[in-house]
Design a protein around this ligand. Structure first.
Ligand code: APR
Ligand code: PHB
Length: 389
């Protein structure tokens, strides 16, 4: 088989790229290790920057998102019993959109299938060959039979555990990582959200986040120990702990119910450089990870896709390779800023096991400065709604 762009990974990054390229008449094949149902079973964050929303429209898949999403003009930040709002709309003129990543991915799959997009599921042993030559190719196995795809470019959209990043030789690749000493225990419940905005709550007992998917579907998280497992936490214990971490007037109004999903995610900051090696381009989680505080995971993937997509269109339509040549540099410049923001917001809101009294005072002063200073709020709001591409 031959295609123009071989895309490894059928998560949101790979699907969005494939759909955008299709709209410009550029052919691609997506290779996904799992099944569609498996990919759609993963629950991830639900906050979209305007840049991501614009890309979904450009890809022709914004219709259901426009209908079913919710625009949020601000968020609540609390610290103990103190509470204040950050009004994104007033501070930046922009808002964010609440729409689950699972729904984004579903819309992208539906669009690819409606257009007969080539997606191969259950691929095993995907290998990228000769990425540093003019004739790269990808081999893989499905149901025991071997296949080969010759292509012009390979997009590595296969997440943190994929093969694409590993294909870049260690002599070229440099990785930067910070692992946080806690996780997030998250639940999904068919209950009305406790508030119409998200609440990022710091407390003596650790961080909590109140988020949502729609009027009757809530997503809540609490900071937990890395040694915890979801089975250690009954629903009742989760609700009790959440209530102790958010301001009392929210806790009193919190509607609880059975969890329909419960999982623990570790927190990590990670970046690999460069994001391009020859004709292989890394996108999304394959190249970088952020802790979920601030919901930058999907949004950083989207800016990579934006740069790569525009670079590929300029290459095929105008014979202009500047966008591809500068892909890594442009993508990383924005990624590092999103890394900084999610690291800062994580450091501000969580309790760290080795936090000294001095560290705690710094955290409290940072919160007080954010509460009282409009410039500080603007910095936070600009980062939260998304820096320009
Ligand atoms: N071969 C084929 N597919 C693979 C391989 C492989 N060797 N390894 C991984 N994959 C697939 C995974 O099964 C997954 O469906 O690649 C896909 C990668 O998807 P994501 O991990 O969702 O990464 P990405 O598409 O970049 O999306 C970024 O998702 O993980 C969140 O926080 C992240 O919100 C961000 C967004
Ligand atoms: C979510 O709704 O899952 C969510 C929202 C905001 C975050 C992280 C996760 O910062």
């Amino acid at each position: 088989m031959r295609t123009q762009v071989a895309i490894i990974g059928g998560g949101p990054s790979g699907l969005l790229l494939s759909q955008l390229l299709h709209k410009k008449g550029i052919d691609s094949v997506v290779l996904e290790r799992k099944t569609r149902d498996y990919v759609l079973g993963r629950i991830r964050a639900g906050i979209l920057e305007q840049g991501f929303v614009d890309l979904m429209h450009e890809a022709g898949v914004g219709e259901r998102m426009d209908r079913e999403s919710f625009v949020h003009d601000g968020t609540v930040v609390s610290y103990g019993d103190e509470e204040f709002g950050i009004n994104f709309k007033d501070l930046t003129g922009t808002s964010v959109v609440v729409y689950g990543q699972t729904e984004v991915t579903r819309d992208l799959y539906d669009a690819r299938e409606a257009m007969d997009g080539k997606i191969v599921f259950n691929t095993e042993n995907v290998q990228i060959h000769e990425a540093d030559s003019d004739a790269p190719y990808v081999t893989y196995t499905v149901d025991g039979s071997e296949h080969r795809i010759d292509c012009d470019f390979v997009a590595g959209c296969d997440g943190f555990h994929g093969v694409s990043r590993q294909t870049i030789p260690l002599t070229v690749r440099r990785e930067y990582e910070k692992v946080y000493p806690f996780g997030w225990l998250g639940i999904l419940s068919e209950t009305p959200p406790v508030h119409d905005e998200l609440i990022y709550a710091g407390s003596e007992r650790g961080f909590a986040l109140c988020s949502m998917r729609n009027d009757n579907l809530s997503r809540y998280y609490i900071q937990c120990s890395l040694s915890d497992s979801p089975e250690d936490w009954t629903d009742a214990a989760f609700w009790q702990e959440l209530k102790r971490r958010i301001p009392a007037h929210y806790a009193e109004n919190l509607v609880t119910g059975p969890s329909i999903e419960k999982s623990i995610a570790p927190l990590r900051s990670f970046v690999t450089e460069p994001m391009r090696w020859g004709r292989l381009f890394l996108c999304g989680d394959a190249a970088h990870i952020v802790p979920p505080t601030g919901a930058k995971g999907l949004n950083t993937a989207a800016s990579d896709i934006h740069y790569l997509y525009n670079g590929l269109v300029a290459h095929y339509h105008d014979g202009d390779d500047e966008g591809l040549d500068r892909y890594s540099e442009k993508a990383l410049a924005r990624i590092w800023k999103a890394e900084r923001f999610s690291w800062w917001f994580t450091s501000l809101m969580h309790r760290f096991p080795d936090q000294s009294d001095f560290d705690l005072k710094m955290q409290q002063a940072d919160i007080a400065f954010l509460r009282d200073n409009r410039a500080a709020q603007t910095v936070m709001a600009e980062n939260y709604v998304g820096l320009p591409y």
